[in-house]
Design a protein around this ligand. Sequence first.
Ligand SMILES: [Zn+2]
Length: 171
Amino acid sequence: MSAKIKHFPGEPIETREFREGKVLTESFKPKAKYAWSAGIAVSRFLEELKNGRIIASTCSKCKRIMVPPRIYCEKCFKPTDGWTYVKDTGVINTFSVSFLAADATRLKEPIVVAIIDLDGASENMGIVHRIEEYGDWKEIKIGMRVKAVWKPPEERVGAITDIKYFKPVKE
Ligand SMILES: [Zn+2]
């Protein structure tokens, strides 16, 4: 048997009462600082980006080359046991074209985000990044070859944005 609550405890407040200043309110800007550990594998990955290189972890059992690197092979259930560099070129595995900006306004030139299979990495290791310098977005195709455009060394901080974007390149 359930009892229906006819009267909730407390005083109900309407939006109108906020607008009319009848309710005490407080405005503040929260200082939402946080720290996050990238872990062993991704820390090395980010550090190498600063040097203009993309590093992958390897598993000696299944021979996979994993990027972004991880310390555990989820296929073999064992720690990865090696490192290798992969190229900063690859192919577009899939992509998305958006004409919406972050503030929901319409863009004249779209933002293109792609999953990029880097040369030297195993299958299904695509990394997410932006595609720019593509000319006409309608020309962007799955399987198109792309290359990383890096920030100048002095501007790199050890972040995925040390690669500004990927741009299409001829075969
Ligand atoms: Zn493995």
